[in-house]
Design a protein around this ligand. Structure first.
Ligand code: AMP
Length: 555
């Protein structure tokens, strides 16, 4: 027997319409690339997105046509999300931190027809002249006064504000099938060419609904959300959809993610929740420490971060020391795990009622885990024998996930399931443990784990311990071949500016924090460490940089 309820499709346009009708006066504040702070509302966002949808269709895009974006977090980028998706087109967000050749390759692979770019990215595009495949026009996300001269060899430049101004208000969002694609994002592709993850209206709406559950990020109409995760990678953790869904004020920090700029917005806009990768928060904390001054505020309950109460941290493992430093400033960390292929949010580290009275050390250990699945995501941790590992927080195995916002296949590779070592499951490539309460802890990427004498050493654990030393700013642990043990850790450290520390002192710091046989003998110091386009340590490059260690030890 079929249920007798309305079959209303889950569409992103309905999220925006809801925000406009129910939370129309709620603000969206953006730091623009042109300079000033810009203020708008959900009602105005809806009205402008409708006109932009008509402008995009007038440019000749057919259903499913791809609109590429090279843009920071700002209101115009948000308008493109909704205008393209809502009109039945696909908003393809491009990570400008990828190598230029990769960017051109992605644009061609996606068959983008129109590119929308912030002014900042015009020089990048100029360098890609002749390599942009099907791109017919570049919409510069600015007004006439800021339009640059057309660079040579590029498709014609159109002015975003002029396109909008040419359209009369109003547009009936089409009643699309909810499985229609609305967004496209390529993985970082640290090994090989990035792969395209094609989000649907249904997956985006369900993911956003999942993110609005209270134990995820505690979002509500009283929240002020500042995504410090970029809208050009994994939809800024769904905040462009979850914020309007709950009617939260949205603060978009544009290109400026440095400590001073973030703190300015946190205080001036009353930000209560933010999300970002660990390095963003380390940058903010270091900047606050360097100020020393705000002594009055630091001593008070506010810790120099105003109304900020919760930050979601993910993308890489959040070192416990970052959780402690934020706690000292009155901010709770909600560790989150996810991937481009999981929309991205899949696990978060909210405590349970029984954890409320835990002593601080145990609370810290809990929030250092990546956490439990939000409703909608299911997971398995499978050992080498293909069976689920014991839920003891010690046994580890491959992390598999499934759910309505997990990729089934990649764009252009529709016939082969995405990383499905087990039918119906997505193999994440991460190694994890799971404890009796179901909290998952990511041990490593499968390819980064250090296999020493038949045991596994977690590079993440070594890095977390290293950065808890006050002289260490950043740390990377990689496996180096060893004739006796198979592999041993090589630890590469960046010292804090002006601070001296020796390898011996670092080794002493490891004693008592990890089993003796895990302590790295080989510790090096570097000026900086290489990162991927999404801010993760680029371990393949680190292995190349220390090729001599890789070989010498192998002989
Ligand atoms: P991406 O698709 O580029 O966002 O990368 C996804 C990968 O980032 C995952 O497979 C993990 O290896 C890593 N990752 C994401 N969040 C976390 C986290 N909270 N802790 C540890 N690793 C993470």
């Amino acid at each position: 027997m079929r249920g007798l309820m309305m079959d209303v499709p889950l569409l992103v346009s309905a999220v925006l319409r809801h925000a406009a009708e129910t939370h129309g006066e709620t603000e969206i504040v953006s730091r623009t690339v042109e300079g000033p702070i810009h203020r708008t509302t959900y009602a105005a966002l809806h009205e402008r997105s409708q006109r932009l949808a008509k402008a995009l269709l007038a440019l000749g895009l057919g259903q499913g046509g791809r609109v590429g974006t090279l843009a920071w977090n700002g209101y115009r980028h948000l308008e493109i999300y909704y205008a393209a998706g809502g009109a039945g087109l696909v908003c393809h967000t491009i990570n400008p931190r990828l190598f230029p050749e990769q960017i051109a390759g992605i644009i061609r692979h996606a068959e983008d027809e129109i590119l929308c770019a912030d002014l900042t990215f015009l020089p990048l595009l100029a360098g890609l002249a002749g390599k942009l495949g099907a791109v017919r026009a570049i919409v510069v996300m600015t007004d006439r006064a800021h339009m640059p001269p057309p660079p040579e060899g590029l498709p014609p430049l159109l002015c975003y504000e002029e396109l909008l101004a040419a359209q009369p208000p109003g547009f009936d969002w089409p009643a699309l099938d909810e499985n229609t694609a609305c967004g496209l994002c390529y993985t970082s592709g640290t090994t090989g060419m990035p792969k395209g993850v094609l989000y649907s209206h249904r997956s985006c709406v369900l993911h956003a609904l999942g993110c609005c559950l209270p134990d995820v990020f505690e979002l509500s109409a009283r929240s002020v959300i500042m995504p410090a995760v970029p809208m050009f990678h994994v939809n800024a953790w769904g905040t462009p959809y979850s914020a309007p869904m709950v009617g939260a004020k949205l603060v978009l920090p544009g290109p400026k993610l440095d400590g001073a700029s973030l703190r300015e917005l946190i205080l001036s806009e009353g930000v209560t929740f933010s999300a970002g990768v660990p390095t963003v928060w380390m940058g903010l904390l270091d900047w606050l420490d360097a100020q020393g001054e705000i002594a009055g505020e630091i001593a008070g309950a506010q810790g120099g971060l105003g109304a900020l109460r919760l930050v979601g941290i993910g993308g890489s493992a959040c070192p416990p020391v970052v959780i402690e430093r934020l706690a000292a400033r009155g901010v709770t960390v909600r560790h989150a795990w996810g991937m481009t292929e999981t929309s991205p949010v899949a696990l978060t580290s909210a405590p349970q009622a029984k954890h409320e009275g835990l002593p601080p050390r145990e609370r810290l250990a809990l929030s250092a885990r990546q956490g439990r699945p939000l409703y909608g995501v299911e997971f398995r941790v499978l050992g080498a024998d293909g069976q689920p590992v014991a839920r003891d927080g010690v046994a580890f195995g491959r992390l598999l996930v499934r759910g309505p916002w997990v990729a089934a296949a990649y764009h252009g590779l529709e016939d082969s399931p995405a990383h499905a070592t087990e039918p119906g499951w997505f193999d994440t490539g991460d190694v994890a443990t799971v404890d009796a309460d179901g909290y998952v802890c990511i041990v490593d990427r499968t390819k980064d784990v250090i296999k020493s004498g038949g045991e596994w050493i977690s590079s993440i654990e070594l890095e977390n311990i290293a950065v808890s030393h006050p002289a260490v700013q950043e740390a990377a642990a990689v496996a180096r071949p060893d004739p006796k043990w198979g592999e041993r850790p090589l630890l590469v450290l960046v010292r804090r500016p002006g601070v001296a520390v020796t390898a011996e002192e670092i080794r002493a710091h490891f004693h008592g924090r990890v089993a003796r046989w895990c302590i790295p003998e080989d510790i090096r110091f570097a000026e900086e460490l290489p990162h991927t386009a999404t801010g993760k340590l680029l371990k393949s490059r680190i292995r190349e940089l220390y090729a001599e260690a890789m070989q010498a030890a192998g002989n």
